[in-house]
Design a binder for this molecule. Structure first.
Ligand SMILES: C[C@@H]1N[C@@H](c2nc3ccccc3[nH]2)[C@H](O)[C@@H]1O
Length: 447
């Protein structure tokens, strides 16, 4: 292997309890909120193509004109307690919240910037009440932080000259100071979600990104940081020059889900997903396909069946209120999670062969296997191929606890008959399995 000083420092996944807790989340919420929510995808009355939180860049807005949005940021409907309750009712276990997106606007009172919530009419810390409200609901908080910062004059896309490097050295110090602020002001933060690290300047800063990660983890032992922060000294990201993951989980899955379990490569991972096609910040005009709760639940089950977490994004409006579609989605997902959460929470990949009707998950706590059924066959007969030395002791519909008929076909092939009827959401069947020898004991008549 290639000798690396700033490549992966660990072979395999983290084995500590903080990471085990992260692995068990199943369902998370992402929140993108900032100045971009004010224009909401429109500029001078015209819709702007691209993601709403990128409007400054995609519309090539005059920085002074964009930054002047700060004078309009006065979210009178911001209610973190209500936000946290909506998340709780959705069944959310962790939340990732934008402290600073690419535009450089800080939602916390940073001492190192003149472009923060304190310079807006709101004049109060947004993050602190948010963290308190979510923690009160038992939801862990992760802070999103964009390394790329369009507002900071020392930011560079690439380091061409000596003066670029001098400026970028100042920028790296600024970055480290802001991250220290965040971990100090919000000590219950469980992890940092880095973004904006794809440019050449950062790829040339592998050593710094490595030292920064080690510094942050020393400041907060147990902190969870994904693979989007680091670069190795050769400019590789996510995987180092030896193909090893740099970070605690694979953070490449933005708006995409691994097709096969092979693509997961055994790493911890999470998928972050938007409701419309590609809008993270509030956009007044959602064009294209908007996902239904059924589609979102299908993605959630898909991720958990492959050992990952699924994080759904919400983009509050500039005034701090949520749009109707997102409020409805949170409710519908929450209704399903209330009945079927045991198939998602502290669950992961099962050893059953994937079938067309949907996904298997396996609970790490109950040991039970779950069938999350999306595509009911016209026969209502669900194929189940039982792995060697295992038998199904019971098969029940979650919610109704109704025992379903099990028919042996041949060999390890069985059918489970799903009750007919139209369903809006996927049905979940709980399988209680026992090993063959256990079954023999059970079959022996009591003397
Ligand atoms: C989690 C997501 N990451 C940001 C982003 N910017 C991108 C530019 C190019 C390609 C992908 C991107 N994702 C999005 O603005 C959002 O914050």
């Amino acid at each position: 292997s290639i000798p690396l000083r700033h490549g992966a420092h660990r072979i395999g996944n983290r084995t500590d309890s903080d990471m085990a807790h992260w692995r068990d989340y199943g369902l998370g919420q992402f929140i993108h909120w900032g100045l971009y929510a004010i224009p909401g995808g429109f500029w001078h009355g015209q819709p702007v193509n691209g993601a709403a939180e990128w409007i400054r860049s995609s519309k090539k807005v005059d920085p002074k004109e964009y930054d002047a949005l700060i004078s309009q940021f006065n979210p009178v409907k911001y209610d973190p307690v209500a936000w946290a309750l909506m998340a709780k009712n959705m069944g959310t276990k962790y939340v990732t919240f934008t402290t600073k997106h690419h535009d450089g606007f800080c939602l916390w009172p940073s001492k190192y910037s003149d472009f923060t919530i304190m310079q807006s009419p709101w004049k109060k810390d947004i993050i602190k009440p948010f963290v308190e409200a979510y923690n009160k609901q038992g939801i862990d908080v992760y802070l999103y932080f964009s390394i790329m910062d369009w507002h900071n004059p020392d930011w560079r896309y690439e380091l061409k000259t000596k003066s670029d490097s001098v400026a970028f050295d100042r920028f790296k110090e600024f970055t480290k100071n802001q991250l220290t602020e965040l971990l100090t002001l919000y000590p219950t933060t469980k992890g940092l979600w880095f973004d904006g690290t794809w440019d050449k300047s950062w790829k040339a800063s592998g050593a710094f990104s490595d030292e920064l990660e080690q510094y942050l983890k020393k400041l907060r032992p147990g902190l969870v940081i994904g693979s989007r922060l680091r670069a190795d000294e050769k400019g590789n990201r996510h995987l180092d020059a030896n193909g090893r993951l740099m970070g605690d989980y694979h953070q490449v899955w933005e708006r995409k889900i691994p097709e096969t379990i092979a693509e997961v490569k055994g790493y911890d991972w999470e998928c972050v997903m938007t409701v419309p096609e590609n809008q993270w910040g509030y956009n007044a005009r959602w064009s294209g396909h908007v996902k239904s709760s059924s589609e979102i639940i299908e993605m959630l089950a898909n991720c958990v069946s492959k050992g990952g977490n699924f994080v759904l994004n919400f983009g509050p409006k500039g005034d701090g209120s949520f749009r109707e579609e997102e409020i409805r989605l949170a409710k519908e997902i929450g209704n399903w999670m209330a009945v079927n959460g045991e198939a998602i929470y502290a669950a992961g990949q099962s050893d059953f062969r994937k079938e067309d009707w949907g996904y298997y998950t396996k609970s790490k706590t109950s040991g039970k296997t779950y069938m999350v059924v999306f595509n009911t066959p016209v026969t209502n007969m669900l194929k189940v191929n039982i792995p060697k030395n295992q038998k199904i002791a019971s098969q029940k519909l979650l919610g109704s606890k109704q025992v379903l008929p099990l028919e042996h076909i041949e060999g390890r092939m069985h059918y489970i008959r799903l009750p007919g009827g139209v369903r809006q959401q996927p049905a979940v069947i709980e399988l209680q399995l026992i090993s063959d020898d256990q079954k023999k004991e059970l079959d022996v008549p009591k003397t």
